[in-house]
Write a protein that binds this ligand. Sequence first.
Ligand SMILES: [Zn+2]
Length: 232
Amino acid sequence: MIGLAGLAAAAICAGIIWQLSKAERFQLFGRLIYTVETTKPVVALTFDDGPSRKYTPQVLDVLRQHDVKATFFVNGDPASGASQVMSQIVADGHELGNHAYTHDRLIFVSPDRVRLHLMHTDQVIRAAGHSGDIHFRPPYGAKLFSLPWVLSQQGRLTVTWDVAPEEGAGSTAAEIAANAVQSAQPGSIILLHPHWRGNDQTRQALPAIIEGLREKGFEPVPLRDLLEMQGQ
Ligand SMILES: [Zn+2]
């Protein structure tokens, strides 16, 4: 008999594991950053998921018009079907990051499965012309044992965020932009999802986010540049 105390302990353990899996600022192994320690007024715009052949070019247009470089954490599966868009992201001077092959939660999966997600997505990113490190962002920010373990073995950096302006369902473009600009601090990593059909409010918010950040005296830079300003 497990008994009531045993069941309660199991429930507490499950609760702890669940909280641990979705912690944005902590993982069990390897290096994770959610912001960069700097006094310089710089932030990174990071775009998750996709890319999409239809909507990502609109994002690239806005970035080009505002002369902003950003970081795209792509899923290998849609990326492999959008090679022109992928090459354009790199040609425009943006940075690519790995967001796993599909958008499954990588918890309770084997290390081998994690390695395949990383490897197949890296291949698509390299084929697009990306050089230099490829950082990783977990789908849903979810990680538990095997994912951080493999990442640490590969010496790979996990990047989450400290500003998620789309949080709160039904956010309008104006609300998303205001959230992003108000929450941004020196070294902030801002999370946005601009790639799919349902993300039109985020796409509409993007010019106001860039303009608002600049009015506040902040310049958006790719993650690779932000990381170099660590401690400065
Ligand atoms: Zn995602």
